[in-house]
Design a protein around this ligand. Structure first.
Ligand SMILES: Nc1ncnc2c1ncn2[C@@H]1O[C@H](COP(=O)(O)OP(=O)(O)OP(=O)(O)O)[C@@H](O)[C@H]1O
Ligand SMILES: [Mg+2]
Length: 510
């Protein structure tokens, strides 16, 4: 490699927050035309590291060299000037502005001192075309789904003509088709000589897209390996041990039906959805994004209304659109949007873990604070929540550790029917196994678990039964033995409005 190929180099970077050493001597370098993957457990320091490059944080010690010269990056402008564009784990767009306004925020083209809206929208159109996303430059960002938000973020980065593009878990919220599209864009950028820093918890993406991998553990860089390194070796480097079984499902005795859903319909959204989940069972719901999975479970939980049908817990019908009643009956929902619905960011880990139990306890007229703290400490330990202490505000936890707190909160609540919507999004491989173990414990104790996941190996690996939704209906049901990548996908792309198809027939039809 010639020195000219080196875009940036980081040497011995350190960063401490109150009570946490986030980075404890990290080395990293990036070349022209490569995808350099940053790999590490939740809380290892990946996001903190890239925030040194985007100017969000400044290091306590260590050096950053850009194009061979030592540089200080003191804010977004510095970073932008150096040709570095960052797509954060938590999106950075302004919901009430349009797509074009977001892309050109702070540098709108002007004409006679006024913002040249026409040109801005035309320029945005070109960029959006380049990333291959169909969205109007005039659409408000608030109205976009997560995948399109991601694409707008990329369009924005392209508009900066960045030499370095940093992507913090860009695929965490994308469907496999969207991931393919994203990969095509990234490969094209790499051909153009852009250097890309790529963070992901999906190991299979590393060999597919990456060139080199830097592994970070506990704030230290512990190795740099080629992207073609076998996955189990990557895991060992990352968590410091091997993981024998990625999906450790232990079947429990199947008891009576705890959750019964009958003919659930919300006009225009989902139709005639019916199924049961028994005590001891894990039922997975697979399907493409937009199939109506989240909408159905939100209605079951009482978060949204439905027009027809019934939801019963242990045989007793629930009042519709009433979360309090659903919770009192023993239903819990871990939502897909953890930031919006699952957490109070400016409260402590302990307070967040206690949110559900606290409500129950206060209703009974007493709050067992000590018991609550012990329970919180136990569950946080079990899930390996990386934190300075139970008093740390959830806002300052890493993305994956926030997700663990959402899950822990419901595990503490002693729910009879636990609904998990994309439970392991953004969770590292080691912590996933811990969550699966807790699911095993729940079902062994007689709870019923309903799990939505777009991660097909996870659905196949952890479900005792799989329901597949397509176009707002249940397109079919597969036993654990019948459920394979192919049989699930065939149902997921089927058209269940015509007639009910088995996996095989649907596959033939396509
Ligand atoms: N502003 C902050 N205040 C206090 N602690 C912080 C702050 N930002 C990060 N941390 C801590 O620094 C550590 C590293 O966090 P970071 O977000 O870099 O992890 P990560 O590797 O990106 O993890 P994930 O895979 O979960 O996204 C964590 O322990 C986190 O709680
Ligand atoms: Mg992170």
């Amino acid at each position: 490699m010639s020195n000219q190929d080196e875009l940036l180099r980081i040497e011995g970077i350190r960063k401490t927050f109150p009570g946490v050493v986030a980075l404890d001597g990290v080395d990293f370098d990036l070349r022209r035309g490569e995808v350099h993957v940053l790999l590490g457990e939740n809380g290892a320091g990946k996001s903190t590291l890239i925030k040194m490059l985007s100017g969000a944080y400044t290091p306590d010690a260590g050096r950053i060299l850009v194009g061979g010269e030592e540089t200080r990056i003191h804010g977004a402008q510095d970073s932008e000037r150096l040709g570095i564009a960052t797509i954060y784990q938590e999106f950075n767009l302004v919901p009430d502005l349009t797509v074009a306004e977001n892309i050109f925020l702070g540098r709108q083209p002007r004409r006679y001192g006024m913002i040249d809206r026409k040109r801005m929208e035309a320029d945005a159109e070109v960029l959006l075309k380049r990333v291959g996303v169909q969205v109007s430059p005039r659409a408000r960002v608030r109205e976009l789904g997560i995948a399109r938000l991601q694409m707008v973020e990329i369009a924005k980065a392209l508009s900066l003509d960045a030499r370095v593009l940093i992507m913090d878990e860009p695929t965490a919220v994308l469907t496999s088709e969207e991931v393919d599209k994203l990969f095509r864009i990234v490969r094209k950028l790499r051909e153009d000589g852009v250097g890309i820093v790529f963070i992901t918890h999906h190991l299979e993406e590393i060999a597919a897209l990456g060139d080199r991998v830097t592994v970070i553990r506990d704030g230290k860089s512990v190795g740099q390996v080629p992207a073609a390194t076998p996955e189990d070796e990557l895991v060992r480097l990352m968590v410091g041990r091997s993981i024998a079984q990625q999906y450790p499902r232990e079947r429990a005795d199947k008891g009576s039906a705890l959750l019964t859903v009958e003919g659930l319909t919300r006009d225009g959204v989902f139709h005639d959805v019916g199924f049961e989940v028994h005590a001891g069972e894990v039922v997975g719901i697979a399907g493409l994004v937009g199939a109506g999975r989240t909408e159905v479970v939100r209605a079951v939980f009482g978060a949204d209304r439905y027009d027809k049908g019934a939801v019963k817990v242990a045989g007793t019908a629930l009042k519709g659109h009433d979360v309090v009643a659903a919770m009192a009956a023993g239903i819990g929902l871990i939502p897909e949007d953890r930031k919006g619905q699952g957490l109070v960011l400016d409260q402590s880990v302990e307070e967040n873990l206690g949110l559900v139990t606290m409500r129950a306890a206060t209703r009974a007229g007493l709050v067992d604070l000590r018991g609550q703290r012990e329970a919180a400490a136990r569950i946080a330990g079990q899930l390996g929540v990386r934190m300075a202490g139970l008093g740390q505000h959830v806002r300052t936890l890493s993305g994956g550790n926030q997700q663990k707190v959402v899950i822990g909160k419901w595990l503490l609540a002693n729910t009879k029917v636990l609904i998990l919507d994309e439970p392991t999004r953004g969770i590292d491989v080691g912590a996933k196994v811990e969550i699966y173990q807790l699911i095993n414990e729940l079902t062994a104790a007689g709870a019923a678990v309903l799990m939505i996941s777009s991660d097909l190996p996870e659905v196949l690996g952890m479900s005792d039964r799989v329901l597949v939704m397509a176009q707002g209906r249940i397109a079919g049901e597969l036993s654990a033995d019948e459920a394979t990548q192919d049989s699930v996908m065939a149902l997921a792309v089927s058209n269940p409005t015509n007639d009910f198809k088995t996996g095989k027939e649907a596959a033939r039809g396509h």
